[in-house]
Write a protein that binds this ligand. Structure first.
Ligand SMILES: [Fe+2]
Ligand SMILES: [Fe+2]
Length: 336
């Protein structure tokens, strides 16, 4: 998606923070003691007293982090797939009031089985991620975003195959899923710009999981598109909840940090056709987020995940998805 220079210059003129982003090295949270204004004499550091001071400082930092997490956990359960339904965030904070609910008692037992299996699977993956990435947010986001693109690629692969065989033709589904994968691609670029992919084991884990996940999703989608879309809804809901929790824990620090250049180029681009295309519950041009700092970037990413969630939910019930631009064209044609 090529960036146009004129609107980007206008965006940078409105906000000085993004302009600095291009020259600023990746920022990592939480900030080290030095960045928080703590200065220790090197002689003292080398002594037994220095070791004691460092041990005490480390213990204090760990205590502060655990306390912060406990505060957030008090209002938000660690399993967001179910919890998001109970405490939906208000629209003005980028939330969405769609609910993830199991099919009711009168629902088909097959649907209930599919959904229960998906929730169990998501639960298991979240449990593993919580163990591996407890203190490494950007690495966790990199893994999440690498995996998040996969189902859209899998949906397109299967739909393309069906179309080739002449079994079905769903151009709008392919178009919307491609736009979703492009949105996830830009999330991935943002996490890479923040240093989330700096350790080889994280890159290996993310890419190996993505390879495996692709074939699982292709099989599931061929067997039951409804089940595959529901599983994606669970994953997207977890992504939304992860970013929402991160914003609540680190909001003030994120507001002081610049936005990565790739985020400015993506959200402030003159050509936002593909950005509008994946948001099937909105009219084109109805969402134009700002990018003044790193906080705005994570708000935008979180809100994108909410839009993915809505689309995945709609896919489970609607026979054929409509591109937002196709809907707009038919509305305009009717008005003429
Ligand atoms: Fe994403
Ligand atoms: Fe997503």
């Amino acid at each position: 998606m090529a960036a146009s220079a004129a609107p980007l210059r206008a965006a940078l003129a409105r906000s000085p923070a993004p302009a600095a982003a291009a020259r600023t090295p990746p920022a990592f949270l939480p900030l080290p003691p030095r960045a928080r204004g703590i200065r220790l004499n090197p002689v003292v550091l080398a002594s037994g007293r220095g070791r004691r001071i460092r041990a005490e400082a480390t213990a204090r930092t760990r205590q502060e982090k655990e306390q912060q997490e406990a505060e957030v956990s008090a209002v938000e359960d660690s399993f967001p797939v179910r919890e998001a339904a109970a405490t939906p965030a208000p629209e003005e904070e980028g939330g969405f009031d769609d609910e993830l609910t199991l099919a009711g008692e009168d629902g088909d037992w097959v649907v209930r089985f599919e959904q229960s299996f998906n929730i169990f699977l998501t639960d298991t993956v979240i449990f593993i991620l919580d163990i591996l990435y407890r203190d490494r947010d950007y690495a966790r986001f990199f893994v999440l975003e690498t995996i998040a693109r996969v189902p859209y690629f899998a949906f397109i692969s299967v739909l393309h195959l069906y179309e080739t065989f002449g079994w079905s033709r769903r151009a709008d589904n392919i178009k919307v899923h491609f736009a979703e994968s492009m949105n996830e691609f830009h999330h991935l670029l943002i996490m890479e710009a923040l240093g989330g992919n700096s350790v080889w084991i994280d890159r290996f884990l993310a890419r190996f999981s993505a390879f495996f996940y692709y074939f699982v999703t292709v099989g599931m989608y061929m067997l039951s598109p409804r089940m595959a879309y529901h599983f994606s809804e669970c994953v997207e809901r977890h992504a939304y909840s992860t970013y929402d929790k991160f914003l609540k824990l680190n909001g003030e620090e994120l507001k002081k940090l610049p936005a990565p250049e790739v985020a400015v180029n993506y959200y402030m681009n003159e050509d936002l056709y593909m950005f509008d295309e994946f948001q099937t519950s909105r009219a084109p041009n109805s969402r134009r987020p700002k990018v003044d700092n790193l906080y705005d970037v994570f708000v935008n990413v979180r809100d994108d995940e909410a839009e993915h969630c809505k689309t995945m939910k709609a896919c489970q019930t609607h026979e054929t998805l409509r591109s937002p631009h196709a809907v707009q064209s038919s509305v305009e044609a009717d008005a003429e």
